[in-house]
Ligand binder design. Structure first.
Ligand code: DIG
Ligand code: MN
Ligand code: MN
Length: 388
C-alpha cells in the first residue's frame, strides 16, 4: 500500500485564508474561532504542507501600525523558521475593504485606482521580504453589475496600465518575482473582467512585460464558467504560462464553493493531476479551498490532509494509467499511423497543398471506424474505482 504522506517535494501549499477560514458565508456568521498566522503556520506544518501563502492583510491587518507590522512579520518569520515552511506565493487583498467596492485597478474613482497601486506595491514588498517567487493578482472586484457604469474598453486599458506599472515596479526593485493572473467569471461582482484563464492569456500578450506574467488558474473558477479545467491548464502549459495553480473543487452552476480537492469531480481531478505530472509541472500545488462550515479545526486539518492525500492518490493512479497495458494498447490502436499522411503535415509548402488536393479519401470508411472510446473510458473509470 503506497504511503500518501505529503513531503516537501510535493510542493503542497495553502493560503492563510484557507485553513484560517472561519466559516462565515452570506447567510451565516463565523463558526470557528480565529487563529493567528503563527498558529496557522503550525497547523499547516502539523498536516505536512510545504508552504504557506497569504494576502497582505491575512498577515498584517490593514490598519496595523508600522511597529505592529514589524512585530507580526518577525513572529511569522520565526514560525516559518521553526517549522521549515516557506512562502512560495503572496498576493494583495484588493477586494475586502469597502474602498474597493467598485474594483481596484478598474475603479472609476482615480483615487481608488492610485490607492490600489500603493497597496499592491507595499504588499509586493512584503511578499518579496518573505521570499515569495510568485505574486498572484485576483481581480475579485474588477467588474460590474451594470455595464452602464464602466466602459469595458477603458477597464481593459486601466487593467493593463496597472499591470505595466507594477511589472516596472518589481523590475525597478529587482525582485525575483513572476506575476500570475487569476481569472474568475463572477462573484463577488456580477461580472468580472478577464473572466477565464483564456481571457487572461490573451490579456497578458497586450502587456509591456508579458514574459514576467503568467496565469494562476483555479478549478472552481473555470467550472463556474462551465469550462473543462484540464483544457484551460493545458493551454497555459502550452504557452509556458502556468506560473501557479489553485486546486480545489466545484459543482458546475454553483457559487464559488472552494471545496476540498477532488471532493466533487474525481475524473477531472484525475486528468488534471495526470496533466501536471505528465508535463513535469514544477510549481506549487496550492489548495485555494476551505473546510465545510460544519467543521471544527480538527475537521479543517482533515480537509487539508484530504486535499494532499487525494492529489497523491491520483498521482499514483496516473502512473498506473500510463502503465496499464490494456489502456495503452487502445491508445496505440487509436493513434495508429502508417506514415502515409505524414508528407502532408508540418510546415506548409505549395507542393504539399497541391499533392494533398489530389489525394483521394474513402470518406465512408473514415466515418465507419469505431474508436473504442467507451472501453477506454470504462477502463479509466475502473482504474479510478480501484478494480484494476
Ligand atoms: C480567490 O480564489 C483568490 C483569492 O483567494 C486570492 O487572491 C487568490 C490566490 O489564490 N485566489
Ligand atoms: Mn475560488
Ligand atoms: Mn484562488
Amino acid at each position: 500500500m503506497t504511503n500518501y504522506t505529503p513531503k516537501p517535494e510535493h510542493k503542497f501549499t495553502f493560503g492563510l485564508w484557507t485553513v484560517g477560514n472561519r466559516g462565515r458565508d452570506p447567510f451565516g456568521d463565523v463558526v470557528r474561532p480565529g487563529k493567528t498566522p503563527v498558529e496557522l503556520v503550525h497547523l499547516l506544518a502539523e498536516v505536512g504542507a510545504w508552504g504557506v501563502n497569504f494576502h497582505d492583510n491575512d498577515l498584517v491587518p490593514i490598519d496595523a501600525t508600522p511597529a505592529e507590522r514589524d512585530r507580526i512579520v518577525r513572529d511569522f518569520k520565526a514560525a516559518l523558521a521553526e517549522t521549515g515552511l516557506c512562502v512560495p506565493m503572496a498576493t494583495t487583498n484588493l477586494f475586502f475593504d469597502p474602498a474597493f467596492k467598485d474594483g481596484a485597478f478598474t475603479a472609476n474613482d482615480p483615487r481608488v485606482r492610485a490607492y490600489a497601486l500603493q497597496k499592491t506595491m507595499n504588499a509586493i514588498d512584503l511578499g518579496a521580504e518573505l521570499g515569495a517567487k510568485v505574486y498572484v493578482f485576483w481581480g475579485g472586484r474588477e467588474g460590474t453589475e451594470t455595464d452602464a457604469a464602466k466602459n469595458p474598453m477603458e477597464s481593459i486599458k486601466r487593467s493593463r496600465e496597472a499591470m505595466n506599472f507594477l511589472c516596472e515596479y518589481a523590475l525597478d526593485k529587482k525582485y525575483d518575482l513572476k506575476f500570475a493572473l487569476e481569472a474568475k467569471p463572477n462573484e463577488p461582482r456580477g461580472d468580472i473582467y478577464n473572466s477565464t484563464t483564456g481571457h487572461m492569456l490573451a490579456f497578458i500578450q497586450t502587456l509591456d512585460h508579458p514574459e514576467m506574467v503568467g496565469v494562476n488558474p483555479e478549478v472552481a473558477h473555470e467550472h463556474m464558467a462551465g469550462l473543462n479545467f484540464v483544457h484551460g491548464v493545458a493551454q497555459a502549459l502550452d504557452a509556458g504560462k502556468l506560473f501557479h495553480i489553485d486546486l480545489n473543487d466545484q459543482a458546475f452552476g454553483r457559487y464559488d464553493q472552494d471545496f476540498r480537492f477532488g471532493a466533487v469531480n474525481m475524473k477531472s481531478a484525475f486528468f488534471l493531476v495526470k496533466l501536471l505530472e505528465d508535463n513535469g509541472y514544477g510549481g506549487s500545488r496550492h489548495f485555494d479551498a476551505h473546510a465545510y462550515r460544519t467543521e471544527d479545526y480538527e475537521g479543517v486539518k482533515e480537509f487539508a490532509r484530504g486535499c494532499m492525500r487525494t492529489y497523491l492518490i491520483l498521482k499514483e493512479k496516473a502512473a498506473r494509467w500510463n502503465a496499464d497495458q490494456e489502456i495503452q494498447a487502445i491508445l496505440a490502436e487509436i493513434n495508429a499511423d502508417d506514415g502515409s499522411m505524414s508528407r502532408y503535415f508540418g510546415k506548409y509548402s505549395s507542393e504539399k497543398a497541391t499533392t494533398l488536393k489530389d489525394e483521394s479519401f474513402d470518406r465512408p470508411a473514415l466515418g465507419a471506424r469505431g474508436l473504442n472510446y467507451e472501453r477506454l473510458d470504462q477502463l479509466t473509470v475502473e482504474l479510478l474505482l480501484g478494480v484494476r
